[in-house]
Write a protein that binds this ligand. Structure first.
Ligand code: SF4
Length: 338
């Protein structure tokens, strides 16, 4: 199982060192940090714009299977049996689900066991001494699940018993320190690997989780489509009232991304000054278009001007122009910002 991070890269390599044929499997949930949205902001310009799972596979010289699990994954996010972590991250259910999918895949494709980069104590929810056996058990993978980076701290697995893997050449990493991984990476000559800070997906991000919870609350139901969760990754989100939200592009890269959604949303942008593209989500009530235009003006270069001209368009193709006074910053309640 290749996430694109260092641990799964190392785990695969440790097993390959023992002459095992490895192929990579990577699951795409829609919440992944990987992908286009992580690279559209100016501050991220220096980051390599690459899919790190593919990059890992390339470093290892193995085939990679990228599996889209967007639809099936919804139930994991919406109804996690083991609950959420500190944000809306259902890490334990997520790991169980992914290992279960990998297990079905190896059975269908005639492989013998699954390798993950998990390390005991590395993450608070899914990589604990008491939860790692739960993943092996509830996924159905049982002792066909090998964690080469911490295998010596865990009971023997089938590949070790069968002599397919030499337990002595596996590792006993534990805890949050990244030093053993970095030393192992250096010994393999890996230098340019990805270092995700909080986890492999946006669900571990507090701000993102606030926006997702807000989406559910405003719609009165816990559900989402791929576009919904993509849009939560981009822009400044303001909710002036329960059924009405604005998504404001913060810079050119985000404006360009949001442009792709103009046909689905009422949207607006200033024409007299440089400024953001703004999508309006929800049912517009009396005065909402004008309020949105004043907010659009507020986030434009014309924020101090007496009047800003804003062009609004809808999915029906109708266009209208509004001349508005930018909304003063002090008139925007703090709780509008998600
Ligand atoms: S961080 Fe996201 S992808 Fe990783 S285990 Fe947790 S929920 Fe799953």
């Amino acid at each position: 199982m290749i996430s694109g991070g260092l641990d799964s890269l190392l785990a695969a390599r440790v097993v390959m060192e023992q002459g095992v044929h490895v192929e990579g499997i990577n699951f795409y949930t829609g919440f992944c940090v990987e992908g286009h949205t992580h690279a559209i902001r100016k501050k991220d310009r220096a980051r390599p714009k690459r899919n790190n799972a593919l990059w890992s596979a390339e470093q290892l010289g193995i085939k990679l299977h990228i599996v889209d699990i967007i639809d099936e994954y919804k139930d994991v996010v919406l109804n996690p049996r083991h609950g959420y972590g500190s944000n809306l991250n259902p890490c334990l259910d997520c790991k169980i689900f992914m290992v279960e999918k990998a297990h079905a895949w190896i059975e269908a494709n005639d492989f013998d066991f699954i390798v993950t980069g998990e390390v005991i104590g590395q993450r608070p929810m899914s990589q604990r001494r008491d939860t790692m056996p739960v993943i092996a058990r509830d996924s159905g993978a049982a002792d066909r699940l090998v964690r080469p980076l911490c295998a010596k701290n865990l009971p023997e697995t089938l590949p070790e018993r069968e002599g397919w893997l030499d337990r002595d050449r596996l590792h006993a990493f534990s805890g949050r320190s990244r030093k053993p991984q970095m030393a192992l990476a250096a010994s393999f000559g890996f230098t340019d690997y990805a270092q995700p800070a909080g986890g492999c997906c946006f669900l571990t991000d507090r701000q993102y989780s606030v926006k997702l919870a807000d989406l559910w609350q405003s719609r009165g139901r816990r559900d989402y489509e791929l576009d919904d969760i993509m849009l939560l990754k981009v822009g400044r989100h303001l909710r002036p009232r329960p059924g009405f939200k604005l998504i404001v592009g913060r810079e050119e890269g985000e404006n360009k991304f949001l442009e792709g959604y103009r046909k689905r949303f009422v949207h607006m942008f200033p024409v007299s000054h440089t400024g953001p593209l703004v999508l309006l989500d929800g049912e517009l009530g009396e005065g909402d278009l004008e309020l949105a235009a004043r907010l659009t003006a507020r986030f434009s270069k014309g924020r101090d001007a007496a009047s800003v001209t804003v062009q609004a368009g809808g999915p029906d193709g109708k266009v209208q122009t509004l001349d508005v006074v930018p909304l003063p910053g002090e008139d925007i309640p703090a709780d509008w910002y998600l």
